[in-house]
Design a binder for this molecule. Sequence first.
Ligand code: ADP
Ligand code: ZN
Length: 221
Amino acid sequence: MIPGARLILLGRQGAGKGTQCVRLSRHFVVPHISTGDMLRAAVREGTELGVMAKRVMDEGGLVGDEIMVGLVRERLSQPDAVGRGYILDGFPRTVPQAMALDDISADRPIDVVIDLDVPRDMVLSRLSARRVCRDCGTNYVATGAETLPWICEVCGGDVMQRDDDTPEAITHRLDLYEEQTEPLIEYYRLQGRLAVIDGVAPPNEVFKRLTLAVESGRRAG
Ligand code: ADP
Ligand code: ZN
């Protein structure tokens, strides 16, 4: 049996985290826990959280730490995550979130924190061409030649541009990443749990680098 894994993926918007997380999740047979997907589901359901989150997300801002920590604490207590582990995508995003996660995962620590590194100018062009299935979250790249409405190959859902993939919101998110999330790279480096992976390569090659980083992170304990 393949052992599970407990992983955190850091990296700029558009670095390819979503795509790689889906593959890692299949490979290690652990849930892919994306806080962005959780919030977008709440928006679709029209819950109180969703109404609040939509305002913040459309501007490219960050939802409050307390709310996010509560959501993740609850999700990580589910049997699948407790039993096999998880891949966290989009959390932690601030130092207070990382400190809360240290506490939540104290009994079963993270194997490795991966920084999927792609330079800022490169992610900008990737993001403006990004299209996403609103139902299953599969990512696509727009070429301008597709027939509309664009239907997801995986689930038949609508493929759309995210409301927060506008140039203004993208710039704001990348600024926030540098201010709030980049300090986490140092935070985990000091804990000796960081692996930096160069994300500028074809998806298969990046995936190979990621699985190798997980194996060596596990061995290091
Ligand atoms: P991206 O990485 O492209 O910003 P995500 O899908 O990870 O996309 O997140 C979308 C939005 O959801 C973020 O811009 C933010 O508003 C909100 N969000 C997601 N995760 C968090 C978090 N851990 N803390 C605060 N806000 C979050
Ligand atoms: Zn789909």
